[in-house]
Ligand binder design. Structure first.
Ligand code: FAD
Ligand code: SF4
Length: 509
């Protein structure tokens, strides 16, 4: 084989990839820390540190297994800080006759590598990243001719195909979905379990980012980087999840609590999105654990967890590849406002937003319902431009990579796709937030008020959202009830006036 350069992107840290099965002296692997990647959006500092650390460990693992590796640190002299330039100059300088890459999961990088492939005068080959359950085009074919892509249909097909929680062709215990049993409010602080965290000293990487003037958001205690970055650490997190958190995962999946940022969530998204662990490895370990602990853990817990991974995660990736690049500019409601500045400080009188944003800045983490029903809900009700919302989500979370961020944000949370991912917008008044959290108890605003100085902004903005979007939404059969209530509302004018005041003064809330 010709002397070959193989590219490994920062989110392609899959030790099980067939590339690494045997050592080939003609092959060199390339990993690069680059300003191109630290700068395409303003990232949380823990996200940049997490990816650099995981990449460095991966390069060490390759070298320890006899592979040849070129690793560019951010401040290396030879590093041109851009993917195309680095690859072109390495090929020219070291005389590679062939270039290979794994298909990226981001459209931006896919396009860049396609363009590069056309420019290069050496042989180029792209291969699968061997991470997901389905290939890029699967979901599009699966839903051929359908306007909406129903996640549940896709999820059931995955359960069958991979024989997960199945009894022959039927779901184990006869039921596919336990979502309705998984909606409890969390009330008992004695149940709280501390997250499994690491305490890695990352002062050198933080100093590197400062030296190279990488602009970041959020906080990091440089002596205590908490996230898993190796395979062993990531498997450790799966084990911890099974033993300590799984028994309550489903029950409190949608709950939010001021004193605990993570509750019973697994914190595995970074390890999976960097491809340190594959979704099947996680799901199979959790399924096996449940089979041998059925007396202590109900099926609702494990089904809820598995659905998130082989259902939602895989489905979002399929939607991304079916709908990009147009998806990135969809704005169904033509929302135009800017995100208020408290999204970068957490300084707001709204207690729910203060907590959801505050913990995102502290930990680069918020769980699904905080992202969907607090920050996302507020952004949608307030009519924020989806580009603004996307950039915030893409930057702030350690697990944020566009294929899964944009489909969740622009699609599920902002309904900017007009109903490809969700059948109706996820919006709520204070009622839902109060039902699922203890946020309202300590809030400046009053959850029951719709008008007045202390009226919870979610209440009037909720009705304003429906009123201003009637033309787009009134025909949606899942929303009829809201419009019937709105039509009968006696204080409708006062509520809409209150909402207009809040919309004109978003910064003050
Ligand atoms: C507005 C918004 C933006 C989001 N952005 C991202 C993102 O950038 N990256 C990301 O990985 N997830 C994103 N999600 C989905 C979800 O919030 C996170 O995957 C989850 O909070 C990660 O925490 P965890 O590992 O503790 O998850 P757990 O609650 O323990 O769930 C287990 C796993 O299921 C998967 N999962 C759960 N829900 C989803 C979902 N809706 N879509 C895809 N996978 C899911 C994740 O891999 C997660 O690790 C977003 C959700 C919303 C509403
Ligand atoms: S009262 Fe309104 S603003 Fe305050 S925490 Fe509850 S939902 Fe949030």
């Amino acid at each position: 084989m010709a002397k070959t350069l193989r590219l490994i992107l920062g989110d392609q840290l899959n030790q099980k990839h067939s590339w690494f099965g045997e050592v080939d002296s003609d092959v060199t692997y390339l990993l690069m820390e680059m300003k191109q990647e630290t700068g395409y959006v303003r990232h949380h500092i823990q996200k940049v540190v997490g990816f650099f650390l995981a990449m460095r460990h991966f390069a060490d693992w390759l070298a320890a297994h006899g592979h040849q590796v070129v690793y560019y640190r951010l401040d290396d002299q030879a590093n041109k800080q851009a993917l195309t330039e680095n690859i072109k100059s390495l090929i020219a300088e070291q005389g590679f006759g062939r270039f290979e890459y794994q298909l990226p999961d981001e459209y931006r990088l896919d396009q860049q590598l396609r363009d590069l492939s056309e420019e290069l005068e050496v042989e180029v080959q792209a291969c699968d990243s061997e991470h997901f359950l389905t290939d890029r085009g699967f979901l599009k074919d699966f839903f051929k001719g359908k306007k909406t892509y129903l996640m549940e249909t896709f999820y059931r097909a995955m359960r069958k195909q991979y024989n997960i929680l199945m009894d022959g062709d039927e779901p184990l215990t006869g039921k596919w979905n336990y979502d309705h049993e998984n909606r409890n409010k969390f009330k008992d602080p004695l149940l709280l379990i501390p997250p499994k965290v690491h305490h890695r000293d990352v002062t050198d990487i933080v100093a590197l980012l400062e030296k190279m003037e990488v602009e970041t958001i959020g906080k990091l205690d440089a002596k205590q980087f908490a996230w898993p970055v190796t395979r062993a650490e990531s498997f450790g997190l799966v084990t911890y999840f099974c033993e300590k958190l799984l028994p309550y995962f489903g029950v409190y999946q949608d709950a939010m609590y001021t004193d605990d940022a993570f509750l019973f969530h697994s914190r595995l998204s970074f390890a999976m999105n960097a491809k340190i662990l594959s979704p099947l490895e996680v799901v199979e370990q959790v399924e096996q654990y449940w089979y041998s602990h059925q007396d202590a853990i109900s099926i609702a817990q494990v089904e809820g967890f598995i659905r998130q991974i082989i259902g939602w995660r895989e489905y979002m990736r399929g939607v991304y590849w079916a709908k990009m690049p147009d998806y990135a500019s969809l704005n169904f409601f033509d929302h135009q406002r800017k995100l208020p500045s408290y999204f970068w400080t957490g300084k707001t009188k709204m207690n729910c937003l203060k907590h959801a944003i505050g913990q995102s800045l502290d930990h680069a983490y918020a769980h699904h319902i905080q992202r969907l029903m607090v920050t996302g809900n507020f952004a949608l009700l307030a009519g924020i431009h989806p580009d603004e919302v996307d950039a915030w989500y893409l930057g702030i979370y350690i697990d944020a990579i566009e294929w899964v961020e944009i489909t969740n944000t622009r699609g599920m949370s902002q309904f900017a796709d007009g109903g490809i991912v969700g059948t109706k917008p996820y919006v709520s008044s204070a009622n839902y937030i109060d039902k699922m959290s203890n946020y309202c108890e300590g809030c400046f605003y009053k959850k029951n008020l719709k008008v007045g100085d202390k009226a919870c902004p979610f209440n009037s903005l909720y009705w304003h959202f429906y009123a201003r979007n009637e033309a787009q939404l009134a025909k949606n059969p899942r929303i009829g009830m809201a419009y019937r209530t709105l039509a009968k509302m006696k204080d409708k004018e006062a509520i809409l006036k209150q909402a207009n005041y809040y919309l004109g003064n978003l910064e003050e809330l």
